[in-house]
Structure formats: C-alpha cells, structure tokens
Write a protein that binds this ligand. Sequence first.
Ligand code: NAD
Length: 502
Amino acid sequence: MNALSQPRRPLAESSARRDAAHFINGEFTQGTTGKFYDNFCPVDGSRIGSVPEGGKAEIDAAVKAARAAMEGPWGQMTLNERAALLNKVAAEINRRFDEFLEAECLDTGKPMSLASHIDIPRGAANFTMFIDVAKTVSSECFPMDTPDGKGALNYGLRRPRGVIAVISPWNLPLLLMTWKVGPALALGNTVVVKPSEATPLTATLLGEVMNTCGVPKGVYNVVHGFGGNSAGEFLTQHPGVNGITFTGSTRSGEMLMREAARGVRPVSLELGGKNPGIVFADADMDKAIEGTMRSAFANCGQVCLGTERVYVQRPIFDEFVARLKAGAEGLKLGRPEDPTTGIGPLVSDTHRKKVLSYYAKAVEQGATVVTGGGIPDMPGDLAGGAWIQPTIWTGAADDAAIVTEEIFGPCCHIRPFDTEEEVIKLANGTPYGLAAAVWTENLSRAHRVASKLEVGICWVNSWFLRDLRTAFGGAKASGIGREGGVHSLEFYTEMTNVCVKL
Ligand code: NAD
C-alpha cells in the first residue's frame, strides 16, 4: 500500500481520466440507448469523459446475466472457491491502488490523503471481511420434544437471496458500493450495481478487476444512469431482482421502497442523517475539537455520519466555538494530490447550489455566521471547481432549517445546553436517527446518554471508528435494517428452517 507522503502525479495527467462504460455479463459496453452525459471533475470543472445512460434494455440484460450466473458456475461454486476468487479481487484492488485512488479523486475531488486512508483500503477490506463472515458463521439448532418421546431437530439453512440490486451514492463511491457487493458475493448472490451518476469511475474499474481475477461473467454487473425514470428506477422495477440494497437520501429511499413493494422484495436502506455531537463540560477538549473537526469537515462534510449539530455544555461553549472556528479557518483547501490539502471541493456544482441555499437560509433565519458562509476565492483553474467555505453557525432556533435538515456540506451549528436531559431531548429532536458522537470523561454519563439516543450508531470520545463486524444502519428516517458482520446475513440470505422428525 502507498505511503501517504509520497509525491503524487497531478490528476490532470491521470490515465483514470476516461469514458465510463456499463459492465454487463463480463463485457464493457456503451449500451443501446444512444444517451450519454458528461462527467466533470469538481476540482476544476474539467470534463473527465462521457458516461452512457442505461435504459430498460441494459437493466434487463444485466439482471438476466446475474440470474444466469446464479444458476450457472457461480451458484455451483463451493464457498472455498468463491472465497479464493474474492480474496483475489481484494488483492487486485490493492495492486491497482493508484488507479482506484486517482479515479475516485477525479470523480469526487476528495484529498488523496483521505481516499488512500479510507476509501480504497476499505473497498478491498469489504471483500475479505465478508469472506470471513461467510466462512465462520454458524446456524441455529433447536432440538424439540414431541409427544412420541422421540423428538425432532430444527436447524436453520441459509441460501443466497438471488440477484441483488445495489444502488449507491457519490460521497464514498467505492467504499459504499463494495460495502454491499462484498457481502452479497461472499454469501453467494450476484449483483447489478447502479452507481451514482456523479461518480461512475471506480465501479467501472472494478469490472476490469473481476475479469482479471476470473470471477464468472454475470456475477458483477454495472449499469450507469440516473435515479428516477432512468437506470436506478428501472433496476428497482425489474421483477428479476430479489432484493434491493440502497445507500442514499431518505427521499430516494422512500421512492425506492414503493417500487420494492411490487413482488414484496426486501430492502436494506442506509439513508440520510442530521447527526448530533454532544460535548459535555468534562470532555477532553483537545479530543472533542479534533473529533468534531473531522466529523463536521472531513470529505467536505459529505459523510452520512457527519456532525451538523453540535451541542456544547455552557461552561465550555465559548472556548469550544473559538477553537472550532480556528480549526475551520486553518483547513487548507487544495488539490487532491497535494498532501497538505485538508479539504476538497463539494462533489458538483449542483450540490454546491444546494449547500449554498442553506448558507443563505441560515442568515435569513437569524443565525450568526461564526466563520465561512460562502464561496472562497480559488486561484487559476481551481476557480472552475465546486469549492465552498467550511462554515460554522451559532444562534439558530431549534426548528431552523440548518438545525433540522440534512445539508451534506462542510458546516455545523453549535448550540449551548445546560443539562443531560435537555441535550438528549435536543439530540433526538429530528426525524433522523443515524449516528451521534458523545464527548465526556464521565463513564456513567457516557453509557447513560448512549442508551437514550435514538440512533443506529453512537460513538463515545471518537467518530468514524468502524469495526466492520458491528451492526451498521440508521434508526427512524435514517434507514431500515442493519448490515455489517453477521447482521448482513439477514438481508443477503434467505433462511429455511428444516424440521426433522426423529
Ligand atoms: P440520492 O438519494 O440522490 O442518490 C443515491 C443513489 O440513488 C444514486 O445512485 C441515484 O441515482 C439513485 N436514485 C435516486 N433516485 C432513485 C430512484 N427513484 N430509484 C432508484 N434509484 C434512485 O443520494 P446522493 O445525493 O447520491 O447521496 C447523498 C445521500 O446519501 C445523503 O442523504 C446521505 O446522508 C446519504 N448517505 C447515507 C449513508 C448511510 O450509510 N446511511 C451513507 C452515505 C450517504
């Protein structure tokens, strides 16, 4: 794996700058719709290449290829054979690390120092981890009494669910896509992936890896396109799909669930959030500042688990705001390949418009802008990118848009609180329930507060510390279901109870 400090070539020269293609039944194709759109790099607005927009025919071909692979060589493979192939896939991602890194950073603009730490290594680890799960998981067994005294034995048998539709977002494209593809394949399913329209490159590259490693054709398919009335919706509507796993916004999740109702197909939904950070007066201030800096600004704030609401106990409120402000103002906006870059651009100009609309609303609704609030002056070609200032507000009402709605940008609102009861109520006061970060040195308080927060993931004195064996998912409007470790069995396998009369 690559050292973070090594000099990297400018993305302008990257060979990852190329047209995307669908990957269907082991072959790259531009499809038959004749529709293409341009893929732009958010760093400078330059054109990366074209992307074909898939239609019903491409989705149908991909689902049929996935079905044929299930019924053919893939379905007949032993677990050990499957595991050997997927271990090769992980190794090949690591061997082509720089290509994946450049492709991901071209599409998203994120710093290479971040993507080389998180996105690409996790893309590989998502395969190896779920092979371990598939190999080590046990099944339940219930011996039962019967009136004749001889008894019966019940045991659970898990089968792959079938053809899985994977629909993924743009913020961590390879990581979040393989977070679904890894368990799906390790547990014997086949997949049709619809990556985000904004980030088509790494999903395409993974097709090359699958072929190099000898993964049978049809096991991994990719169809590019948009959501509604495009490849995404056509995929969810296809009757040959046995389950739909989705990461994206709550609004899209609701639409997708309606489609899944046809044929009663199961869904796994990892949706939006409006995550609170809670800093008690007894917190280790250095740790709380370092963690909140990351949770608010990492990946330019485009992390579903990120903190957009920070509640700070009154005695340390002023100091916390001043230190977070200094931290935000110290972040260097820069090119992905520059190792000193602290923050990249947003993913697109379209997304910047959305985030800026919240920056404007904050002022209209009476918030105080502590720092940021607009578009920075960027030199030279960077002026064409989707850059935005890291922003901190105070003083907004609890029902203001910036406090209740997901913005998905490098920003947070900080509000003082007095008591534990008060802050728990505030933290639980949105329809979302994805994650929370609690900062305190009081052990009893940490456990007490964590148990009362209506979230799927609660960090204490940390943020984004992930053990892939643990349950991952959101409460309330942040999702349905949990994935990770053995929890992924629930969605990616179907259980049959076998009852044997002895
Ligand atoms: P999005 O919902 O706009 O799009 C996500 C994917 O769904 C894209 O591939 C898109 O083309 C597709 N899509 C959209 N509408 C569709 C439809 N009607 N039918 C089928 N497919 C459709 O989300 P986004 O803007 O790409 O990503 C940002 C959102 O994702 C944020 O809300 C963020 O919180 C959420 N997210 C959640 C998690 C999590 O684990 N809970 C992780 C990352 C991102």
